[in-house]
Every structure is written in structure tokens, then in C-alpha cells.
Design a binder for this molecule. Structure first.
Ligand SMILES: [Zn+2]
Length: 282
């Protein structure tokens, strides 16, 4: 089995939204912001190759739109999923499984391209099954007022129309080495992978722990719908990770890709950092 981290377009998140109720004088020591209080955020995908499966976890924001819309996230499109996939030796049709941790635009946008003739969205990963939790799909189809702008309905409908969608209802073993766990604090039915390699266990922290700085329990993003649920879920996963020496891979942390964990007097914290290129060798 091989794990590779693929970068997709980066964007910016308001620091207050990123770190919730944590005051800026505290979070800015852990994560830099620009003069507009915007923090650079990565949007990482994971490519996992296991026997005859080529699995992609999340697909990022997607291609640059043809029309210049007002972009509140100041997206930088210099990283591209399809290009980075090609650099790793794969074409979109090689992908057998696409796991969407959830359907917020910055996690699933890279599934779609515009067919210019019909002006409709098509799927890049034509041969893949696309997995999402049923809870998250229903939440996206009938969105609450707060999350509404995070879902791009027209794109999501092409997932349904092309018939490659599979709904997950509970924790699920996707392959021998990939387990999908369900969480509900950030959004109902967030699904995050635990990946078991021969020597290590990796957890892709997704929007449950978007950055390395988000490890302390109270550091909950203001985007989370149910912060107390997030705290509970984070506590449980941190304990399990610490007991079993898991490695965390951070999806949105622009500055830190992955780390070990350590126990401190104040709780579980990030331990030694791991570089992107090292992940493949662990
Ligand atoms: Zn999200």
C-alpha cells in the first residue's frame, strides 16, 4: 500500500472563523495571518494505492471558474489536483474510489469539470465509485441557513445523475487497510479515514482537526455546527491516536503536513513534525 499527499488549490480562511472562540493574541502565535486577518489554508487530498484499488480522499476546491467571481477566499489555483495526480502517475480514469469526507465546496469541488458544449458539470473520475454519508448528502440537499453557501447544489446533482454515488450509514471498511469513521460536530456525517499501513496508522484529520494548532480541545473552528460534539469527538480520537501512536495528516494546515502526537501536562499535543515526502516512506 502507498499513501501520497496531493495538493489542490489553496485558499484563505478568516482567522477568527478558523480558530473560533480562541482570542487572536493566542492563536496568532501558532498560526500566522495577513493584515486582513486571513490565514493561508491548504486543501490536501490523499491518494492511496492498495492492490487493485486507487483511492482518492477528497478533491479540493476544483478548477478555476471561467468567469471571475468575487472570491472571498482568495483562492490560489497554482496547485491542481489533476496535474498532481498525473505527476504521481495516474489519470482520472485510474481512480476506483473517491471518498468525500463531506460536501462543503472545498472538499468535493475537484470531482467536477464543466462540459462547455452543454454548460453542465461532469465527473472527472468516471470509473470511480463516490462515497459520502447519507446524513451528509441529505444535509447538503436540504441545507440549513448557516451551511447553505458551502454547498454547490448544481455540482452535487451531477454526482447523483451520473449514478456513481454510494451512501454510507455507519463506520465502514472501504478496503483491507482503509477504515472510514463518521463524526457529526463539524457537519452531520463527516467521514474521515484511518489508514493502516504495515508499520504505521495514519488519521486524515479533515475538518475535525483542520490544522496542527487545532489539536487543543477548545480550539474549535467557528464553522462547526455543534462545537460540543466536536470537542467530544476530538477528545476520543486524540486518546485513541495517542494510545496507538497514530500519525495525523492535516488537510488544511498550510505550514504543517503531518505529525506524531505527544502527551503533555496540558493534554495531547502535536509531537515531531513529518514532511510531505516522508509520508510515502513510513
Ligand atoms: Zn467543512
Amino acid at each position: 500500500m502507498k499513501i501520497k499527499i496531493l495538493e489542490t488549490p489553496n485558499f484563505h480562511i478568516d482567522g477568527g472563523a478558523y480558530f473560533g472562540v480562541v482570542p487572536k493574541i493566542i492563536w496568532e502565535k501558532k498560526y500566522p495571518a495577513d493584515e486582513n486577518n486571513m490565514c493561508k489554508a491548504a486543501c490536501r487530498s490523499l491518494l492511496i494505492v492498495e492492490e487493485n484499488r486507487v483511492v482518492l480522499i477528497d478533491t479540493g476546491i476544483g478548477d478555476k471558474p471561467a468567469e471571475e467571481n468575487e472570491d472571498l477566499y482568495f483562492t490560489d489555483y497554482s496547485e491542481n489536483l489533476i496535474t498532481n495526480l498525473a505527476n504521481a502517475g495516474f489519470s482520472p480514469t485510474d481512480i476506483t474510489d473517491v471518498v468525500l469526507t463531506h460536501l462543503h465546496f472545498d472538499h468535493c469541488g475537484g470531482c467536477f469539470y464543466i462540459n462547455k458544449n452543454t454548460d453542465s458539470y461532469k465527473l472527472y473520475f468516471k470509473n470511480a465509485k463516490h462515497y459520502v454519508t447519507r446524513k451528509q448528502w441529505e444535509n447538503a440537499m436540504f441545507p440549513n441557513y448557516r451551511e447553505k453557501s458551502s454547498y454547490h447544489r448544481e455540482k452535487l446533482m451531477s454526482l447523483q445523475d451520473e449514478g456513481s454515488l454510494l451512501f454510507i450509514d455507519e463506520n465502514f471498511r472501504l478496503t483491507k487497510n482503509i477504515e472510514l469513521r463518521i463524526f457529526n460536530g463539524h457537519t452531520p456525517g463527516l467521514m474521515l479515514p484511518v489508514i493502516y499501513s504495515e508499520r504505521n496508522t495514519f488519521f486524515f484529520t479533515g475538518d475535525l482537526i483542520p490544522a496542527m494548532a487545532s489539536i487543543p480541545l477548545a480550539w474549535i473552528s467557528a464553522y462547526d455546527l455543534y462545537p460540543l460534539t466536536s470537542i467530544e469527538e476530538k477528545k476520543n480520537i486524540l486518546n485513541e491516536a495517542d494510545e496507538n501512536n497514530w500519525i495525523f495528516i492535516y488537510q488544511h494546515d498550510f505550514y504543517n503536513v503531518a505529525s506524531y502526537l505527544i502527551k503533555t501536562d496540558r493534554g495531547i499535543r502535536a509531537g515531531n513534525k513529518i514532511e510531505k515526502s516522508e509520508i510515502e516512506t513510513l
